[in-house]
Design a protein around this ligand. Structure first.
Ligand SMILES: C[S@@+](CC[C@H](N)C(=O)[O-])C[C@H]1O[C@@H](n2cnc3c(N)ncnc32)[C@H](O)[C@@H]1O
Ligand SMILES: Nc1nc2[nH]cc(C(=O)O)c2c(=O)[nH]1
Ligand code: SF4
Ligand SMILES: [Mg+2]
Length: 214
């Protein structure tokens, strides 16, 4: 039986959010509940601005893993940082929407391989126990199932999901990330202006795109 479908597994720096700059293995799960991933469906998706190819299992390190232990072994194989007393191994589970697949067994197996486990999620699905770092990125037109965590990283601007709506939630940090696409420059300027006026919000840039790394 195939348990986990993964688009790609790769080692890079976390580009976004509070852990930007941290060496990380990215485990990108296939599929999302807010878009099919097909360009022809984008205009009618709930989430229309996605910057990611999460379809299939054909990326570097991707595949179909038959158990949590197999998945964790593939993640461990991708880690290139060795072991150091001041740097725990770090895996970022993303997608697609990782919470369609990531379960307590996978989190446990990743812990057993020595990883601290982070997740990037749209916040619409319940989380399994044991995840060490939760980043929720809310999407207009959806209801949040996850209203507490570490980073709340809002892609900006989304007219139907403005920052005020999320300020009362129980997150350690509130971040605005400029929406990439044809208006990235204007969106970045608008996000800078918003943070300057509302200092409870901080800017999150997608630094990997500026650096030209994955
Ligand atoms: C591709 S998503 C995968 C994880 C999950 N489905 C989610 O939406 O959080 C990873 C991160 O990229 C952000 N993102 C996606 N498209 C973006 C865009 N065009 N500009 C800026 N951030 C984007 C998401 O909001 C999320 O924080
Ligand atoms: N370097 C890098 N940092 C990231 N942070 C979140 C990402 C994602 O796609 O979830 C991402 C990504 O795709 N690459
Ligand atoms: S929820 Fe995340 S993965 Fe799904 S389409 Fe939106 S940004 Fe992409
Ligand atoms: Mg990305």
């Amino acid at each position: 039986m195939i348990v986990y479908r993964v688009k790609e597994i790769f080692y890079t720096l976390q580009g976004e959010g509070s852990h930007a700059g941290r060496p990380s293995v990215f485990c990108r799960f296939t599929s999302c509940n807010l878009w099919t991933g097909r360009e022809r469906d984008r205009h009618r998706a709930i989430c229309q601005f996605c910057d990611t190819d999460f379809l299939g299992t054909d990326g570097p390190g991707g595949g179909r893993f038959r158990s949590a232990a197999d998945l964790a072994a593939a993640v461990a194989k991708a880690w290139q940082g060795g072991d150091h007393p001041q740097a725990r191994r770090y895996v970022v589970c993303t997608g697609g929407e990782p919470l369609l697949q990531l379960d307590a067994a996978a989190v446990e197996a990743l812990h057993a391989e020595g990883f601290e486990v982070a997740i990037e999620t749209n916040g619409t699905l319940p989380v399994p126990t044991g995840i060490d770092w939760i980043c929720v990125s809310p999407k207009a037109g959806t209801e949040l199932a996850l209203t507490a965590g570490d980073d709340l990283k809002l892609v900006f601007p989304q007219p139907e999901a403005m920052p005020e709506r999320f300020e009362h939630l129980a997150f350690t940090r509130l971040l605005l990330q400029p929406m990439d696409g044809p208006d990235r420059e204007a969106n970045t300027a608008a996000a800078v202006a918003y943070c300057l006026e509302h200092p409870q919000w901080q800017l999150s840039l997608q630094t990997h795109k500026y650096l030209g790394i994955s």
